[in-house]
Design a protein around this ligand. Structure first.
Ligand code: C2E
Ligand code: CA
Ligand code: CA
Ligand code: CA
Length: 277
């Protein structure tokens, strides 16, 4: 390579480098992202479908690189997982989400839970200690932390049930993200350690036009309630979708209808300052 990296704009010039070189440059930049304070969290509200009340917020990571601009998770999480950088990034996300939520509570805003996405790579025995330490450090009560895991993390059932039980004992909440898109069996739902199913956006998208999707969503909600689980729908974009979800007793909703993910300051202004109902 021509330059030594640093702040040279040429580093990411797509014409100059092969894919593997670009990957290496990206990897090196990603390794420095935490110490350089380049990571930030965006926040998206989760709303009680029936009352319209704010009940939670999902924290979604972004990478603000001096040359690349604002990079979304889909562009750097896979490489982070491949290289192991997801471990420090995941820990940073957990700590920052808990810190922010505690700060909102200390400002006197009505307490809500914060949902944090976990990578499969983070889903190990060490996670339990890490979560405990972060809760102690930030002073956030465990019931205000919700961990979003995916069905694929449940493949090794014995291993995951043990971790889930330990996290559950700590008092934090567990949600199954992208529910309905994975390959795992439903047997893990018998575990008491899960609080919530998050119906994947792909089922919500055509809910008002496609009878199969409508039936699937209706059935997931009924099943979840019979198992004592809370149901949240993601990707709610229209009033028609919301109306379907209200009449089918979906507990919580999240999506562009309410807000796209925004900065902590925008979230505060939009959802705490104006609307305290
Ligand atoms: P996800 O967990 O399914 O997060 C929801 C994604 O859908 C977010 O994209 C959000 O901006 C988008 N979204 C929300 N509402 C709507 C809607 O109404 N319509 C549509 N079309 N999209 C909506 P984002 O922020 O780009 O995140 C993408 C994925 O990256 C997330 O999918 C999650 O799997 C992953 N991710 C985000 N933050 C983290 C993190 O801190 N750690 C890990 N391991 N993964 C993360
Ligand atoms: Ca999620
Ligand atoms: Ca999701
Ligand atoms: Ca998804």
């Amino acid at each position: 390579a021509k330059s030594n990296g640093g702040n040279n704009l040429q580093v990411f010039n797509p014409v100059m480098y092969s894919n593997s070189q670009k990957k290496l440059l990206m990897e090196n930049a990603l390794r420095k992202s935490i110490e350089n304070n380049e990571l930030l969290l965006f926040y998206q509200p989760q709303i009680n479908t029936r009352t319209g009340q704010l009940v939670g917020v999902e924290a979604l990571v972004r990478w603000k690189h001096p040359q690349l601009g604002l990079v979304g998770p889909e562009e750097f999480i896979p490489l982070s997982e491949e290289t192991g950088i997801i471990i420090p990034i995941g820990e940073w996300v957990l700590r920052e989400a808990c810190r922010q939520n505690k700060q909102w509570q200390e400002a006197g805003y009505p307490p809500i839970k914060v949902s944090v996405n976990l990578s499969g790579k983070q889903f190990s025995q060490e996670l339990v200690d890490q979560v405990n330490q972060i809760l102690t450090e930030t002073g956030l009560a465990p019931e205000f932390l919700d961990l979003e895991i995916t069905e694929s993390m449940m493949m090794d059932a014995n291993h995951s049930i043990r971790i889930l039980n330990e996290l559950h004992e700590v008092g934090i909440q567990i949600s199954i993200d992208d529910f309905g898109t994975g390959y795992s069996s439903l047997s893990y739902l018998k575990s008491f350690s899960i609080n919530r199913l998050k119906i994947d956006r792909s089922f919500i998208k055509d809910i008002t036009k496609n009878t199969s999707d409508a039936n699937i969503v209706d059935t997931i909600i009924t099943m979840a309630h019979k198992l004592g689980l809370i149901v949240i729908a993601e990707g709610v974009e229209s009033v028609e979708q919301l109306e379907f979800l209200i009449s089918n007793h979906c507990d919580e909703c999240q999506g562009f209808l309410y807000s796209e993910p925004v900065t902590s300051m925008q979230f505060e202004n939009k959802f705490f300052r104006n609307n305290n109902s």
